[in-house]
Ligand binder design. Structure first.
Ligand SMILES: [Fe+2]
Length: 198
C-alpha cells in the first residue's frame, strides 16, 4: 500500500491480487450485460458513466467489499458503498470507458459521499493517469496501473487527460458514504431523467 499526500489530503493506492478481484471476469460480465447498461453524464460526445446493477455483474462484489474495508481502515471512518443488494435504489459504482482520444474533465464527487475511489480494469500504456488538482497551481499525478485501487477524499478535484493509446481504457469508480447515512441520504435514489439506456 502507498500512502501519498497532496495539499494536506491523504490518498492511498493499493494493488489487489487476481485471487481477490478477478478483473477479466468483471469485464466479461460487463460486456455480456451491455443491453442493461445505464448511462449518465453526456460530456464531449460520450457517456462518461456506465451503471449496472450488481446482480448482473456479481464479480464486482469482492472489489466493493475490499474497497470499503480498505477505506474504513485508512480513513478511520464507518463507510458503505450503497448498492441495490444493500437495499438502496442507486448503485454508487460505475464503469468508465475512454476510447482513444477521449478524456475525463475536471470534477469531484463531493455531492454527498465522503471517500471515492477508482479501480483500474484495463489501462493500456499512455491511456491516461489520474491527476488531482488544488487551486490553479497544484497538481498531483498518480499512475493508473491494472488491478490497482486509488482512494481519495471525494472533495478532491481530478481529471484524466486524453487517452493517447490506440486501445480503450476501462476503470470502475465508486463512492463511499459515511455510515449510517443521514435522513436525506436514506431517501436518495435515481433521478430517472439523468440515466439513460441506449
Ligand atoms: Fe471521478
Amino acid at each position: 500500500m502507498n500512502k501519498l499526500q497532496f495539499c494536506g489530503f491523504n490518498i492511498y493506492s493499493i494493488y489487489i491480487g487476481n485471487d481477490i478481484v478477478n478483473s477479466s471476469k468483471i469485464l466479461s460480465e460487463f460486456y455480456l450485460q451491455k443491453n442493461k447498461h445505464l448511462y449518465s453524464h453526456y460530456i464531449n460526445n460520450r457517456w462518461e458513466n456506465i451503471y449496472l446493477t450488481p446482480i448482473l455483474v456479481p464479480s464486482v462484489l469482492p472489489l466493493l467489499t475490499f474497497a470499503t474495508s480498505f477505506a474504513k481502515k485508512t480513513f478511520k471512518q464507518k463507510l458503505i458503498i450503497p448498492h441495490e443488494l444493500y437495499g438502496f435504489e442507486k448503485n454508487e459504482f460505475w464503469f468508465n470507458i475512454a476510447k482513444p482520444g477521449e478524456s475525463t474533465e475536471l470534477h469531484n464527487h463531493k455531492a454527498k459521499s465522503s471517500i471515492s475511489g477508482v479501480f483500474y480494469l484495463k489501462v493500456p500504456e499512455n491511456s491516461g493517469n489520474i491527476i488531482f488538482t488544488s487551486g490553479k497551481k497544484h497538481k498531483f499525478e498518480i499512475e493508473a496501473k491494472p488491478s490497482n485501487i486509488i482512494l481519495f477524499p471525494s472533495l478532491l478535484n481530478h481529471y484524466v487527460p486524453k487517452n493517447r493509446s490506440c486501445l480503450e481504457r476501462i476503470s470502475l469508480s465508486f463512492n463511499c458514504f459515511k455510515f449510517p447515512l443521514d435522513k436525506s441520504q436514506m431517501a436518495y435514489g435515481y433521478e430517472k431523467s439523468k440515466y439513460f439506456s441506449l
